[in-house]
Write a protein that binds this ligand. Structure first.
Ligand code: GSH
Length: 237
């Protein structure tokens, strides 16, 4: 019997996109429920059947089970999708640490950069702040490259991707979209990460998805995102 799966998030890529990739990549049918950030949100936030025990998204429903929090959802999906079968505790930890770093050290600070514009407009220290944070975030890509060099196969998990790969794939995309030139310079030093991205979009289900218009066009729910993105790209180029 087909599982009943819903992944609920807002209508942007945000914290949920790597989770969407995990399900799509394996051809899993699911409801990709996208809530608007509108005046109805406070009521939904206070409804644990919608926004889970913490009043925040993403939330996953798998048959009768509900899981909240991005990284635990990724771990749950990894187990449900059989990605950990036959792996040692250490091999699992290695994949989870990569997914965690891509999410917490790259995607999340970049999302905060979009929400907060980095710093108040006109702040004299803004460029220095941006340079420092750009270096910190992009430094992570180099670490991923080094870890990837120590594995055989195109992915952190060998011949086929797991959560680590979907999160790194998404993290690299955020760097390209928000940090422009410095991200491209860093990626010249990361041929394995670039190849991972190529191998990811060559996966049949992901190919169809990224070529379609199903992927959200915005990274965050910030209504001023495109203006902020232009500002970030101009400042970092
Ligand atoms: N620790 C959670 C944080 C979840 C979170 O803060 N989600 C945001 C959306 S990006 C949210 O639901 N914000 C609305 C609110 O808190 O009212 C995770 O990593 O998933």
């Amino acid at each position: 019997m087909q599982n009943l799966i819903t992944l609920r998030y807002f209508a942007c890529r945000g914290r949920a996109q790597a989770l969407r990739y995990m399900l799509i990549d394996q051809g899993i049918e699911f409801v990709d429920e996208r809530l608007p950030l509108d005046p109805n949100w406070p009521a939904r936030k206070n409804d644990p059947t919608v926004s889970g025990p913490f009043g925040a998204l993403p939330v996953l429903h798998w048959d009768g089970h509900q899981v909240a929090e991005t990284l635990p959802i990724a771990g749950y999906l990894s187990r449900r999708l059989g990605q950990y079968v036959g792996l040692s505790d250490e091999e699992i930890a290695r994949r989870e640490m990569v997914a965690s770093s891509a999410y917490l050290d790259v995607i999340r600070p970049l999302a905060e950069m979009v929400w907060q514009h980095g710093a108040p407009a006109g702040d004299a220290d803004w460029h220095a702040w941006l340079t420092r944070h750009t270096q910190l975030v992009l430094g992570r890509l180099l670490r991923f490259e080094q870890l990837l060099a120590a594995t055989s196969g195109a992915f952190f998990s060998g011949a086929s991707p797991s959560a680590a790969d979907h999160f790194v794939f998404e993290a690299v995309d955020w760097c390209r979209m928000l940090l422009g030139a410095p991200a491209l310079v860093m990626l010249e030093r990361c041929p394995r990460l670039v190849a991972l991205g190529g191998a990811m979009v060559a996966r049949p289900q992901l190919r169809i998805y990224v070529d379609s218009d199903q992927r959200p066009t915005t990274l965050t729910g910030n209504p001023r995102e495109f203006e902020v993105r232009s500002r970030l790209l101009a400042a970092t180029s």
